[in-house]
Design a protein. Structure first.
Length: 279
């Protein structure tokens, strides 16, 4: 009697694989959002943080810093806070992915019949959706303290679209770091390291009076490009003029370029790292 043979796995076309990955990724986005609803404490903290930052920085720094060319400091500040929340979100996702990895959640995902690349896509997709809610709360708080988008609806929509694109690119950085760290305690210790990324920028203070080397670092920081692009599109004060670095002179192009580079580097790195950790 001939030995039974195992059936070969079905050969999927490229289109079927993409459809399969997207479907599994959307399922995992739903799983992450459902987990957020079941753990409301973290969600509440994430939503309160932007409002606290607006009130704290707007009224504490606002009494001591003069806006270049004049203007309301809170209007100068809001684009910087949008950038700060965008970049600081990296560590929250790093912690979340590292926690899943350390508790065996990733291993359970690998044992399921799902596309391997769907897991990081699901993690980053859920992070962006949560970020939209935080952004809405921050914008609402800004409106209450006097911030306005003075260039109209379309430029404001373009500014928020840039924030969304950069947030998605940074979510892949956080996903990769979480997959590499794989330990929630280590990820927690890494969180303060993101503070210099936003502080060494034009988000809170002008860079014109800084030493040359420090101004160079700040002007080429992607957070400065995002902040300047938002100030320009919102019509807020603080847009630099004259002899400035290329990312600050062309902030929209710089944000798109930075986002494309981050996605080109960290999407394949994240997917490859997730697959290799399962071997």
């Amino acid at each position: 009697m001939a030995a039974p043979t195992l059936a070969a796995p079905p050969v999927r076309s490229r289109t079927e694989r993409i459809r399969w990955t997207v479907a599994d990724g959307l399922t995992l986005v739903g799983r992450e959002l459902s987990r957020t609803r079941q753990e409301p404490g973290g969600l509440v903290a994430a939503l309160i943080f932007p409002a606290v930052m607006v009130l704290l920085f707007g009224y504490v720094f606002g009494s001591a810093i003069k806006v270049p060319g004049g203007g309301n400091y809170r209007e100068y500040l809001m684009p910087g806070l949008f950038a700060m929340v965008t970049f600081s979100s990296v560590m929250a996702l790093t912690m979340q992915v590292a926690t899943d990895a350390s508790r065996g959640v990733m291993d359970r995902f690998r044992s399921m019949p799902m596309a391997r690349s769907a897991v990081p896509f699901g993690q980053t997709g859920a992070d962006v959706l949560t970020g939209l809610l935080s952004l809405a709360i921050m914008a609402g708080t800004g409106l209450l303290v006097g911030w306005r988008a003075r260039e109209g609806l379309l430029p404001a929509a373009e500014a928020f679209a840039l924030i969304f694109v950069m947030r998605y690119a940074m979510s892949w950085v956080g996903c990769y770091l979480g997959l590499v760290v794989r330990n929630e305690q280590v990820a927690d210790h890494l969180m303060p390291l993101m503070m210099p990324v936003t502080m060494l920028s034009n988000a809170f203070v002008p860079t014109a009076g800084m030493p040359g080397w420090l101004r160079f670092v700040c002007d080429w920081n992607p957070a400065s490009a995002l902040t300047t692009a938002c100030r320009d599109l919102f019509g807020n004060p603080g847009v630099p003029a004259g002899d400035v670095a290329w990312p600050v002179a062309h902030p929209v192009a710089a944000v798109l370029l930075w986002s494309a580079v981050l996605l080109a580097v960290f999407v394949p790195l994240s997917v490859r790292t997730y697959r290799r950790k399962g071997r």
